[in-house]
Design a protein around this ligand. Structure first.
Ligand code: DLL
Length: 433
C-alpha cells in the first residue's frame, strides 16, 4: 500500500523537475538564512540564482559533521528559535551531541515520510504499532510515532528497554507491527522463546527495523523466531531521523527506497568526493530539499552503500543497498579493510552458528589483531570438537572471502551481550582502552 501514491510512483522526469525546483529554492534559502552557507558560497563563487537543475548539485560543497560541531548548538539553523517546534540530538561518541531542529512544517514532513515507510513495511491505518525505539532526544521513538499517527495507526509508545514490560504488552495489547533496532528484535525474540510464549498468541505481523547495520543473517533470525516480515528502515538525525529510506515489504532484500522528493541522495568516492555511478559503492551523501529549520547541503553521512533504480518496483524512487557500515567503523586489520556486516554474512552461511557475535580488535606490539566470537545455535549439541571445527571453518571463510586472518572462538548459547533496547555495539575496540 502507498501512503502517497502520486509521489511514490511519480515518473522520474517529473521527480527530477520537482527536485530541480526544490534545489533552487534550497540554495537561495540557505544563502539568505544561514551565514555559514553564504560565506561558503561566496568563497567558492557560487551564485545561488544560477542553480536551477538538480544535476548542478555536484558543483556544491559538502557539509560535514565537523561543520555541525563547529556551530553547536543552533548555529546552522535557518529559522529563529521562536519558529522551532522540536529539537532532537544524537549523542556523539565524544563530547557534545549533534543538535537538530524542526519547524511545524518539518514535523509534517517527518510524519509524511514515516507514514510512507510504515505503509511500505506492511502497516495499515487501524493497525497498532508497538514502538520500541527510544523516546527522547533520539529521533527514533518520536519519528516513528508521528509517522504512525499520520498513517492512521494507534501507537503504543513503549520506548526501548525494560524487556519484561515489552513482552507483557506484546501479549496483552496485541500490536500488529513492531519497530525497534534489529538487535533488540533479536533480544525480544529470544526472550519470547526462553519463556515459552506461544507465538500463535501474538498478533505481530510486521517489523520495521533499523538504526544500525544488519544483514540477511539477522533478518532470517528475527523473521523465523517472531513469525513476522521484517523490513529495513534507515535514517539519521542530521537529515530528519528515521524515514529517509524504507524497504518495501514485498521487495525485501532488494534495497530501500529513498524518499528522494525530500532527501536527494548521492554516492560519492570517499577520497575524491566525486559522484559515483549507479551500482558503485561509496559514501552516501544527502541534501534535504524541503526542510526549513535545519536544511543541510550534501551532508557526508559516512555510511557506505550503493544506489540503484529498480524498474521492477512500482515505487519510482531510487533504492539504496543495505548499509555495509560507517566509514569510521571500518576495521583495518593488517592492511585489510572490513566491516562487521561482512563477517555477519559469512556467519549466516554456517547453519550451526547463531547471528550473535562480537568482533574484538586489539593491538599486539604494532600489529592490530581481530578476534571473532560467535555463538552456536541453541539447538546445536555443544562439543569442543564441533566448536573447533566450526571455528576453523569460519576462519577459513574469512580468509577466503575477506582476506583477513582472525582468531575465531565459538561459544555456547547466550554468551555474548544482547541489546538492552537500542543500538548494539558489535565491535569491541581494545586499542582505545
Ligand atoms: O538512528 C535514526 C533512525 C531511527 C533510523 C530509527 C532508523 C530507525 P542517528 O542516531 O542519528 O539516527 O544515527 C544515524 O545510524 O548514519 C547509520 O550509520 C545508522 N543507521 C540508521 N539506520 C540504519 C539502517 C537514527 N537501517 C546512523 N541500516 C546512520 C544501517 C543505519 N545503519
Amino acid at each position: 500500500m502507498f501512503f502517497n501514491p502520486e509521489i511514490e510512483t511519480l515518473p522520474l522526469d517529473k521527480l527530477r523537475k520537482l527536485q530541480s525546483q526544490r534545489l533552487h529554492w534550497l540554495v537561495n534559502y540557505m544563502y539568505q538564512k544561514i551565514p555559514f552557507y553564504k560565506q561558503l558560497f561566496d568563497e567558492k563563487g557560487i551564485e545561488p540564482k544560477s542553480i536551477n537543475d538538480i544535476q548542478d548539485i555536484a558543483q556544491l560543497p559538502f557539509t560535514r559533521k565537523e561543520d555541525l560541531r563547529n556551530h553547536y548548538p543552533f548555529g546552522l539553523f535557518a529559522v529563529p528559535r521562536e519558529e522551532l517546534a522540536r529539537i532532537h540530538a544524537s549523542s556523539g561518541t565524544t563530547g557534545k551531541p549533534t543538535v537538530v531542529g524542526y519547524t511545524k512544517k518539518d514535523l509534517q514532513i517527518f510524519g509524511e515520510v514515516n507514514a510512507r515507510s510504515l505503509a511500505a513495511a506492511g502497516a495499515r491505518p487501524g493497525m497498532m504499532l508497538h514502538n520500541a525505539y527510544g523516546y527522547g532526544l533520539f529521533t527514533g521513538g518520536l519519528g516513528m510515532h508521528i509517522g504512525a499517527e499520520t498513517l492512521g495507526m494507534s501507537v503504543i509508545p513503549v520506548s526501548g528497554g525494560m524487556t519484561d514490560r515489552q513482552l507483557m504488552i506484546l501479549q496483552d495489547f496485541q500490536p500488529d507491527v513492531i519497530c525497534c533496532t534489529p538487535s533488540y528484535a533479536q533480544r525480544l525474540a529470544e526472550e519470547i522463546g526462553n519463556r515459552g510464549i506461544d507465538l500463535e498468541s501474538l498478533r505481530l505481523k510486521y517489523g520495521v527495523l533499523g538504526a544500525e547495520p544488519w544483514t540477511e543473517a539477522i533478518r532470517v533470525d528475527v523473521q523465523n523466531r517472531l513469525k513476522i516480515k521484517a523490513s529495513n528502515i534507515y535514517g539519521l538525525s542530521e537529515i530528519i531521523g528515521p524515514g529517509v529510506s524504507q524497504e518495501a515489504v514485498e521487495e525485501r532484500g532488494t534495497g530501500s527506497h529513498v524518499w528522494e522528493d525530500h532527501f536527494f541522495p548521492e554516492v560519492v568516492d570517499p577520497d575524491t568526493g566525486d559522484p559515483l555511478p549507479e551500482g558503485k559503492e561509496g559514501v552516501l551523501v544527502f541534501t534535504t530539499l524541503t526542510k526549513e529549520a535545519f536544511p543541510v547541503l550534501r551532508y557526508w553521512t559516512n555510511d557506505i552503500c550503493s544506489l540503484n533504480y529498480d524498474s521492477n518496483s512500482q515505487r519510482t524512487h531510487i533504492k539504496m543497498s543495505a548499509i555495509k557500515g560507517r566509514a569510521d567503523d571500518m576495521l583495518i586489520i593488517r592492511g585489510v579493510n572490513l566491516f562487521h556486516t561482512q563477517v555477519e554474512e559469512l556467519i549466516q552461511e554456517i547453519p550451526e552458528l547463531a547471528a550473535h557475535y562480537q568482533l574484538i580488535v586489539s593491538r599486539e606490539k604494532t600489529m592490530d589483531t581481530l578476534e571473532v566470537k560467535v555463538e552456536l545455535e541453541p539447538n546445536v549439541q555443544e562439543s569442543s570438537d564441533l566448536k573447533l571445527q566450526l571455528g576453523n571453518h569460519l576462519m577459513k571463510k574469512m580468509k577466503d572471502n575477506i582476506g583477513v586472518s582472525a582468531r575465531v572462538e565459538i561459544l555456547g548459547h547466550a554468551s555474548i551481550p544482547r541489546s538492552e533496547g537500542g543500538k548494539l555495539k558489535r565491535i569491541v575496540d581494545k586499542r582505545e582502552m
